[in-house]
Design a protein around this ligand. Structure first.
Ligand SMILES: [Zn+2]
Length: 295
Protein backbone atom coordinates (compact mmCIF):
# COMPACT_ATOMS: atom_id res chain seq x y z
CA UNK A 1 0.00 0.00 0.00
CA UNK A 2 1.47 3.31 -1.03
CA UNK A 3 0.17 6.11 1.14
CA UNK A 4 2.87 8.62 0.21
CA UNK A 5 1.72 12.21 0.10
CA UNK A 6 4.68 13.63 -1.75
CA UNK A 7 5.32 12.76 -5.39
CA UNK A 8 8.83 11.37 -5.87
CA UNK A 9 9.64 14.28 -8.20
CA UNK A 10 9.21 16.62 -5.21
CA UNK A 11 11.90 14.85 -3.22
CA UNK A 12 14.90 14.46 -5.54
CA UNK A 13 17.88 12.57 -4.12
CA UNK A 14 20.31 15.02 -2.49
CA UNK A 15 21.94 15.52 0.87
CA UNK A 16 19.62 17.26 3.31
CA UNK A 17 20.41 17.66 6.99
CA UNK A 18 17.26 19.09 8.52
CA UNK A 19 13.66 20.19 8.17
CA UNK A 20 12.62 23.61 9.47
CA UNK A 21 8.91 24.31 9.88
CA UNK A 22 7.32 27.74 9.60
CA UNK A 23 4.14 29.65 9.23
CA UNK A 24 4.01 32.00 6.26
CA UNK A 25 2.52 34.97 8.11
CA UNK A 26 0.26 35.24 5.09
CA UNK A 27 -3.15 33.96 4.13
CA UNK A 28 -4.35 30.36 4.32
CA UNK A 29 -3.78 30.06 0.57
CA UNK A 30 -0.24 30.80 -0.62
CA UNK A 31 0.80 33.72 -2.79
CA UNK A 32 3.82 34.14 -5.09
CA UNK A 33 6.08 35.36 -2.26
CA UNK A 34 5.19 32.37 -0.05
CA UNK A 35 5.97 29.92 -2.86
CA UNK A 36 9.32 31.60 -3.49
CA UNK A 37 10.48 31.03 0.09
CA UNK A 38 9.37 27.51 1.01
CA UNK A 39 9.84 24.12 -0.61
CA UNK A 40 6.47 22.84 0.51
CA UNK A 41 3.40 24.72 1.71
CA UNK A 42 0.34 23.49 3.53
CA UNK A 43 -2.73 25.42 2.48
CA UNK A 44 -6.21 25.48 3.84
CA UNK A 45 -9.18 26.25 1.63
CA UNK A 46 -12.27 28.09 2.83
CA UNK A 47 -14.11 24.82 3.28
CA UNK A 48 -11.50 23.56 5.73
CA UNK A 49 -9.82 21.26 3.23
CA UNK A 50 -6.05 21.10 3.54
CA UNK A 51 -3.46 20.19 0.95
CA UNK A 52 0.29 20.26 0.42
CA UNK A 53 1.69 22.08 -2.61
CA UNK A 54 5.20 22.61 -3.93
CA UNK A 55 6.95 25.97 -3.83
CA UNK A 56 9.03 27.40 -6.70
CA UNK A 57 12.33 25.89 -5.58
CA UNK A 58 13.16 22.22 -5.62
CA UNK A 59 14.50 20.79 -2.38
CA UNK A 60 17.69 20.05 -4.36
CA UNK A 61 18.22 23.80 -4.80
CA UNK A 62 19.11 23.96 -1.10
CA UNK A 63 21.77 21.24 -1.27
CA UNK A 64 24.13 24.14 -1.95
CA UNK A 65 23.21 27.80 -1.85
CA UNK A 66 26.32 29.47 -3.29
CA UNK A 67 24.56 30.19 -6.59
CA UNK A 68 21.81 32.18 -4.88
CA UNK A 69 19.16 29.96 -6.45
CA UNK A 70 17.45 28.41 -3.43
CA UNK A 71 14.45 28.71 -1.12
CA UNK A 72 15.39 31.35 1.46
CA UNK A 73 13.34 30.44 4.51
CA UNK A 74 15.71 30.69 7.48
CA UNK A 75 18.36 33.34 8.01
CA UNK A 76 21.91 31.91 7.58
CA UNK A 77 20.56 28.36 7.70
CA UNK A 78 19.30 27.46 4.23
CA UNK A 79 22.02 25.06 3.09
CA UNK A 80 20.82 21.51 3.63
CA UNK A 81 17.57 22.80 5.13
CA UNK A 82 14.14 21.88 3.81
CA UNK A 83 11.59 24.62 4.53
CA UNK A 84 7.96 23.64 5.04
CA UNK A 85 5.36 26.31 5.83
CA UNK A 86 1.86 26.33 7.14
CA UNK A 87 -0.01 29.01 5.20
CA UNK A 88 -1.54 31.50 7.58
CA UNK A 89 -1.05 33.81 10.57
CA UNK A 90 -1.14 37.05 8.61
CA UNK A 91 -1.00 39.91 11.13
CA UNK A 92 -0.35 37.65 14.11
CA UNK A 93 1.09 39.04 17.33
CA UNK A 94 3.22 37.21 19.87
CA UNK A 95 2.36 38.96 23.12
CA UNK A 96 -0.40 39.23 23.98
CA UNK A 97 -1.05 36.46 21.48
CA UNK A 98 -3.30 37.32 18.55
CA UNK A 99 -3.75 34.80 15.74
CA UNK A 100 -5.02 37.41 13.30
CA UNK A 101 -7.62 36.83 10.58
CA UNK A 102 -5.98 33.72 9.02
CA UNK A 103 -5.04 31.38 11.87
CA UNK A 104 -3.34 28.06 11.14
CA UNK A 105 -5.51 25.05 11.99
CA UNK A 106 -5.19 21.63 13.55
CA UNK A 107 -5.93 20.04 10.16
CA UNK A 108 -2.94 21.84 8.65
CA UNK A 109 -0.77 20.81 11.59
CA UNK A 110 -1.68 17.12 11.22
CA UNK A 111 -0.83 17.24 7.53
CA UNK A 112 2.46 18.97 8.42
CA UNK A 113 3.36 16.08 10.75
CA UNK A 114 2.74 13.61 7.95
CA UNK A 115 4.69 15.61 5.37
CA UNK A 116 7.71 16.00 7.67
CA UNK A 117 7.62 12.30 8.60
CA UNK A 118 7.85 11.46 4.89
CA UNK A 119 10.70 13.92 4.36
CA UNK A 120 12.64 12.42 7.27
CA UNK A 121 12.24 8.95 5.81
CA UNK A 122 13.19 9.91 2.26
CA UNK A 123 16.24 11.94 3.30
CA UNK A 124 17.16 9.75 6.29
CA UNK A 125 16.94 12.66 8.69
CA UNK A 126 16.77 11.65 12.36
CA UNK A 127 14.12 13.39 14.45
CA UNK A 128 16.16 15.48 16.89
CA UNK A 129 15.89 19.08 18.17
CA UNK A 130 18.75 20.01 15.81
CA UNK A 131 17.36 18.32 12.70
CA UNK A 132 13.57 18.71 12.89
CA UNK A 133 12.68 22.05 14.35
CA UNK A 134 10.53 25.14 14.37
CA UNK A 135 11.96 28.31 12.84
CA UNK A 136 11.55 29.82 16.31
CA UNK A 137 13.87 27.13 17.74
CA UNK A 138 16.75 27.72 15.30
CA UNK A 139 18.51 30.36 17.38
CA UNK A 140 18.47 28.28 20.57
CA UNK A 141 19.00 24.79 19.08
CA UNK A 142 21.48 25.61 16.30
CA UNK A 143 22.99 28.80 17.73
CA UNK A 144 22.24 30.73 14.54
CA UNK A 145 20.81 34.15 15.24
CA UNK A 146 17.29 34.82 13.94
CA UNK A 147 15.50 38.10 14.27
CA UNK A 148 12.81 37.49 16.86
CA UNK A 149 11.27 34.54 15.03
CA UNK A 150 8.69 32.49 16.93
CA UNK A 151 6.95 30.59 14.12
CA UNK A 152 5.18 28.23 14.20
CA UNK A 153 5.21 28.09 17.97
CA UNK A 154 1.62 28.67 19.04
CA UNK A 155 -1.43 26.54 18.45
CA UNK A 156 -4.38 28.92 17.95
CA UNK A 157 -6.72 25.93 18.60
CA UNK A 158 -5.08 25.13 21.94
CA UNK A 159 -3.41 28.01 23.72
CA UNK A 160 -2.87 25.89 26.86
CA UNK A 161 0.27 24.46 25.19
CA UNK A 162 3.12 26.92 25.75
CA UNK A 163 5.27 27.91 22.79
CA UNK A 164 8.31 26.29 24.38
CA UNK A 165 6.65 22.85 24.06
CA UNK A 166 5.42 23.04 20.47
CA UNK A 167 8.71 21.83 18.96
CA UNK A 168 9.02 18.79 21.20
CA UNK A 169 5.33 17.92 20.74
CA UNK A 170 5.86 18.10 17.00
CA UNK A 171 8.91 15.82 17.10
CA UNK A 172 7.08 13.22 19.18
CA UNK A 173 4.23 13.20 16.66
CA UNK A 174 6.59 12.95 13.66
CA UNK A 175 8.57 10.12 15.25
CA UNK A 176 5.30 8.33 15.97
CA UNK A 177 4.23 8.56 12.34
CA UNK A 178 7.61 7.26 11.15
CA UNK A 179 7.37 4.28 13.51
CA UNK A 180 3.84 3.42 12.39
CA UNK A 181 4.87 3.69 8.73
CA UNK A 182 7.86 1.41 9.33
CA UNK A 183 5.69 -1.18 11.07
CA UNK A 184 2.97 -1.16 8.43
CA UNK A 185 5.54 -1.83 5.74
CA UNK A 186 6.78 -4.88 7.64
CA UNK A 187 10.26 -6.03 8.53
CA UNK A 188 11.43 -6.06 4.91
CA UNK A 189 11.10 -2.30 4.40
CA UNK A 190 14.48 -0.79 3.53
CA UNK A 191 14.38 1.86 6.24
CA UNK A 192 18.05 1.15 6.92
CA UNK A 193 20.47 0.42 4.08
CA UNK A 194 20.57 -3.36 3.64
CA UNK A 195 23.49 -5.04 5.38
CA UNK A 196 25.80 -7.11 3.17
CA UNK A 197 24.74 -10.74 3.10
CA UNK A 198 27.00 -13.55 4.18
CA UNK A 199 26.49 -17.27 4.69
CA UNK A 200 27.95 -19.34 7.47
CA UNK A 201 28.31 -23.12 7.32
CA UNK A 202 28.46 -24.64 10.79
CA UNK A 203 30.54 -27.76 11.56
CA UNK A 204 27.41 -29.92 11.31
CA UNK A 205 26.88 -28.57 7.73
CA UNK A 206 23.94 -26.40 8.74
CA UNK A 207 23.88 -23.26 6.55
CA UNK A 208 22.71 -20.03 8.17
CA UNK A 209 22.42 -16.48 6.86
CA UNK A 210 20.70 -13.18 7.66
CA UNK A 211 19.21 -12.33 10.06
CA UNK A 212 21.04 -14.99 12.10
CA UNK A 213 24.27 -13.86 10.44
CA UNK A 214 25.23 -10.24 10.65
CA UNK A 215 28.19 -8.41 9.15
CA UNK A 216 29.69 -5.42 10.85
CA UNK A 217 32.93 -3.72 9.78
CA UNK A 218 33.79 -6.81 7.78
CA UNK A 219 33.44 -9.10 10.79
CA UNK A 220 30.89 -11.91 10.93
CA UNK A 221 28.57 -12.18 13.92
CA UNK A 222 26.07 -14.90 14.76
CA UNK A 223 22.78 -14.66 16.64
CA UNK A 224 23.57 -15.82 20.17
CA UNK A 225 20.17 -17.28 20.94
CA UNK A 226 20.10 -19.29 17.74
CA UNK A 227 23.58 -20.73 18.32
CA UNK A 228 22.90 -21.41 22.00
CA UNK A 229 19.65 -23.24 21.18
CA UNK A 230 21.31 -25.20 18.40
CA UNK A 231 24.23 -26.41 20.49
CA UNK A 232 22.46 -26.68 23.84
CA UNK A 233 24.40 -23.86 25.49
CA UNK A 234 22.80 -22.09 28.44
CA UNK A 235 22.86 -18.29 28.30
CA UNK A 236 23.57 -17.32 31.92
CA UNK A 237 24.04 -13.57 31.81
CA UNK A 238 24.29 -10.80 29.23
CA UNK A 239 25.45 -7.20 29.53
CA UNK A 240 25.50 -4.56 26.81
CA UNK A 241 28.77 -5.95 25.44
CA UNK A 242 29.29 -9.45 26.79
CA UNK A 243 27.47 -12.74 27.28
CA UNK A 244 28.29 -15.63 29.53
CA UNK A 245 27.22 -19.08 28.40
CA UNK A 246 27.55 -22.43 30.14
CA UNK A 247 28.71 -25.36 28.04
CA UNK A 248 28.76 -28.73 29.81
CA UNK A 249 28.78 -26.91 33.14
CA UNK A 250 31.72 -24.62 32.25
CA UNK A 251 31.20 -20.84 31.88
CA UNK A 252 32.58 -19.01 28.85
CA UNK A 253 32.38 -15.27 28.16
CA UNK A 254 31.88 -13.92 24.64
CA UNK A 255 31.78 -10.46 23.13
CA UNK A 256 28.21 -9.35 22.51
CA UNK A 257 26.75 -6.81 20.12
CA UNK A 258 23.06 -6.06 20.45
CA UNK A 259 21.29 -4.89 17.31
CA UNK A 260 17.55 -4.40 17.00
CA UNK A 261 17.01 -6.35 20.20
CA UNK A 262 19.03 -9.36 18.98
CA UNK A 263 22.38 -10.26 20.55
CA UNK A 264 25.23 -11.28 18.21
CA UNK A 265 28.55 -12.94 19.05
CA UNK A 266 31.71 -13.08 16.89
CA UNK A 267 31.98 -16.13 14.65
CA UNK A 268 35.61 -16.70 15.71
CA UNK A 269 34.63 -17.02 19.37
CA UNK A 270 31.85 -19.43 18.46
CA UNK A 271 34.30 -21.48 16.42
CA UNK A 272 36.71 -21.56 19.35
CA UNK A 273 34.03 -22.89 21.67
CA UNK A 274 33.07 -25.52 19.10
CA UNK A 275 36.71 -26.48 18.56
CA UNK A 276 36.36 -25.60 14.89
CA UNK A 277 38.55 -23.83 12.35
CA UNK A 278 37.29 -20.85 10.36
CA UNK A 279 37.80 -20.33 6.65
CA UNK A 280 36.58 -17.56 4.38
CA UNK A 281 35.48 -17.94 0.77
CA UNK A 282 35.40 -14.36 -0.52
CA UNK A 283 33.77 -14.82 -3.94
CA UNK A 284 30.95 -16.87 -2.40
CA UNK A 285 30.78 -14.71 0.72
CA UNK A 286 30.80 -17.85 2.82
CA UNK A 287 32.37 -18.55 6.21
CA UNK A 288 32.94 -22.23 6.90
CA UNK A 289 33.46 -23.66 10.36
CA UNK A 290 35.02 -27.14 10.36
CA UNK A 291 36.04 -29.48 13.14
CA UNK A 292 39.76 -30.15 13.18
CA UNK A 293 40.49 -33.73 12.19
CA UNK A 294 42.58 -34.23 15.34
CA UNK A 295 39.56 -33.59 17.59
ZN1 LIG B 1 9.83 31.20 9.52
Amino acid sequence: MNTALLPLAWTPPCAMQRVIIHWSEGRNLSNDTDREHYHLLIEQAEAGQVRVIRGDHSIADNASTGDGDYAAHTRDCNTGSIGVALCGMMGCQESPFQAGPAPITLAQWRLLEQVVAELCQRYRIAVTPETVLCHGEVQRNLNIRQRGKWDPMRWPWDLSVPGSQIGSQFRIAVQGRISVAAMSKGATAPIQPPTPTRRVILPDSLVIDAPTVRVEDGETWLGLRYIADHYGWTIKTTTTNSATVAISGVDHTLELDIDGGTGYVPVRQVAELLGASVSWDGPNKTVTLAKELSQ
